[in-house]
Ligand binder design. Structure first.
Ligand SMILES: Cc1cc2nc3c(=O)[nH]c(=O)nc-3n(C[C@H](O)[C@H](O)[C@H](O)COP(=O)(O)OP(=O)(O)OC[C@H]3O[C@@H](n4cnc5c(N)ncnc54)[C@H](O)[C@@H]3O)c2cc1C
Length: 401
């Protein structure tokens, strides 16, 4: 049966369905994620073709079920659980048959909002956090620019104080959810001081005069996720829209990145497992030289090796998460996990695609979509080399300037 894999919904065991180290309470979240089978996977092929998914409609469904604020405060509509539950949900979202939609959900739930939840004023949380958690509005994160991606400190977008307002000029690049978003968690320079102390995170409504969506970017993967280039031309926002302390934006964003990276690792783990399983299923039923492809030792040994790597990465993720929820700084472990996830996703998608032969080169199968989508893991949210630099910093091996 060579029916397109993406049309055959199948569940793979995630941490929610495992005994250790997650408790019964984690597994109880699992039931509501039938949303994936009913509201998402049946439409993924269509949304991939259309180059966009309906963010407002889908986020409302996820918001009603509580999945957009798993570790956010109950008073703002969250479930009030710790970050291990967000990781558990992220793993489960890996059952979506593409990378773009989970990434867009992750931006809404765990990438654009951690700093706001932790440092934002009550007024800002009511205006931006609560409706984001409820799925009433769509969020995006504006850090990267055309001239500054890996080197976040060198961003050029400026927010200059004029009375009670900030006047914003500049632009953002690669903004996930950018064409559909109602607000952006924007990183901008609010003074001329040293680059790690002159930035602020700002809640920026996207319907303000002077916010221009320049284009939707065409990409090799993550098709169902819209990616925008945005310009700001004398955009005025009240100074009270600054999250926490002015000048602390760089530090807040670095903290926010920890959750983003752990969330991303959790999400891709399930997809990798799913691709290995689909490859086992396919190679078991397809015969070459009078025996199933799978029975050639090079094939089943390779798949066993990849599965072992997945389990190692899972252990690292769970260890980092367990330390994180106890209040430890897990920057080194999170960076290692993100680096390994990017490397492994590339290796795994290439190896598995090979065993599908010509079928792997078609657009109809999950393995080819994963091959395209997963390439982003080594680039987005800090490239592999940025992760290596952070790890080296913690190993004290970076040459002193
Ligand atoms: C589909 C997609 C969605 C995205 N979504 C968002 C989003 O929602 N919000 C947001 O703010 N950003 C987003 N990004 C941006 C993403 O985080 C950046 O692309 C990433 O940080 C890399 O920045 P860059 O593209 O400017 O590459 P550059 O900074 O130009 O780096 C290019 C390459 O240089 C190499 N490099 C980097 N540092 C070093 C080093 N120290 N030593 C040696 N080599 C190095 C790496 O190989 C890197 O890939 C998204 C990107 C994509 C493609």
């Amino acid at each position: 049966d060579l029916a397109p894999v993406s049309k055959k919904p199948k569940r793979y065991p995630t941490m929610l369905s495992r005994q250790w180290p997650y408790a019964q309470r984690h597994r109880s979240l699992n039931k509501a994620i039938s949303i994936i089978d009913q509201e998402i996977n049946p439409y993924v092929d269509q949304w991939e073709q259309e180059g966009q998914f309906p963010a407002h409609k889908l986020f409302k469904i996820l918001g009603n079920a509580g999945f957009l604020g798993v570790n956010k405060p109950v008073e703002y509509g969250g479930l009030g659980l710790d970050f291990s539950y967000s990781v558990a949900v992220s793993e489960e979202l890996g059952n979506i048959n593409c990378g773009g939609i989970p990434m867009a959900i992750g931006v809404q739930s765990d990438m654009a909002t951690p700093a706001l939840a932790r440092f934002g004023s009550a007024e800002l949380k009511r205006e931006f956090l609560q409706p984001t958690i409820m799925g009433d509005i769509v969020a995006c994160l504006g850090v990267s620019e055309t001239g500054a991606g890996s080197d976040v400190a060198s961003i050029k977008t400026k927010a200059v104080r004029k009375g009670d307002e900030l006047v914003i000029n500049g632009g953002k690049m690669w903004t996930t959810n950018g064409t559909q978003a109602d607000w952006m968690c924007l990183l901008a320079n609010t003074s001329d001081g040293p680059p790690h102390k002159n930035k602020s995170l700002i809640c920026l409504p996207m319907n303000l005069s002077g916010v221009h969506i320049a284009r939707k970017i065409d990409k090799i993967g993550m098709w169902s996720s819209d990616t925008a280039e945005v310009f700001f031309d004398d955009v005025r926002v009240p100074c009270k829209n600054v999250i926490g302390q002015e000048g602390m934006g760089f530090t807040y964003q670095m903290l926010q990145f920890q959750e983003e990276r752990l969330w991303g690792v959790a999400n891709i783990l399930t997809t990798m497992e799913k691709v290995v399983q689909e490859t086992i299923n396919y190679t078991r039923q397809r015969k070459i030289f009078s025996q199933p492809i799978l029975y050639h030792q090079v094939v089943h040994f390779r798949l066993a090796e990849l599965q072992t790597e997945i389990e190692l990465l899972r252990s690292l993720l769970h260890r980092a998460t367990a330390l994180y929820i106890k209040g430890n700084n897990v920057t080194k472990l999170a960076s290692m996990a993100k680096l390994k996830a990017g490397r492994l996703a590339r290796e795994l998608s290439d190896s598995c695609l090979q065993y599908w032969g010509g079928m792997g080169f078609t657009s109809d199968v999950l393995v080819s979509r994963f091959y395209r989508d997963s390439r982003l893991m080594s680039i987005g949210a800090g490239a592999d080399e940025v992760m290596l630099s952070i790890i080296c910093k913690y190993m004290d091996t970076l040459p002193k300037k």
